[in-house]
Design a protein. Sequence first.
Length: 288
Amino acid sequence: MPLPEITPEGLFPDLEFQTRTVAGVVAREVGQGPTLLLLHGGTGSWTHWVRNIRALSQHFRLVLPDLPGMGESLDVPHDSDLDGYGEFLLAAVVGGLVPAGVPFLAAGFSYGGVMTAWLAARLPERVAGICLLAPGGFPPGSWSRPPLRPVPAGASDAETNAVHRRNLELMMIGDPKRIDDLTVAMQRRNHGMTRFKSRFLGYRDTLGPSLRQTRCPVLGLLPERDPLPQPDAASRAAYLERTAPRITCRIVPGASHWVAFEAPDDVNRLMIEFLGARGRRDKAGAFI
């Protein structure tokens, strides 16, 4: 059987998506309810949320951008620092990527977690709650980098797919049986459309400074088998709890780095429970 087209319509023919471009950022929208901005990981696109879209769209209006320098969104300078990069995303957010004048929720995976915390620190009056899924941006010495392989020059389709499949096993998905041909095709597409190398920001101490400034509630979802944290996910949870003033951490059993893909039932439930309760303010105006 041929693979479905890697578009919202090809993967979810029964859902109604809209595509918008704001300040060069291309985003898909689907669902009803409070706005939930979903930021994918490095070398990714909106497809990082492919196993979450259906469940989450029943509770939220999802906004799924391709991050700057990735997917179909605008190019950015290769040497952008965190603030410089963030300004491209911020321009889209304040330019109408999310509805103006009302609070919104946000969730980010891996490098997207770095950018989610960065947004929450800069828009405290608008971001009502955030979820960080296997976030990046930790201090040196607290993470390792799996030995990912580049695709050799002149590789055949089969050889290219084999490299991407192996890299998915090494870093993203702990159970090889969960890596089917469509998963490899999505990874190959995302890799081919990536122009900004986010690892230069994701493998630095870029998360903590933003988290220390957040005022909204935060949920951290940390996969038990993530190969990046050192020595383990529990140590990462401890760091987050020391760093963010209002964070709750949950370790997701059995999942590797791409936790939203490998453990979608657990992730969807936890996100719906946590984010669905956000948005109200206390007497002082802070989100609760």
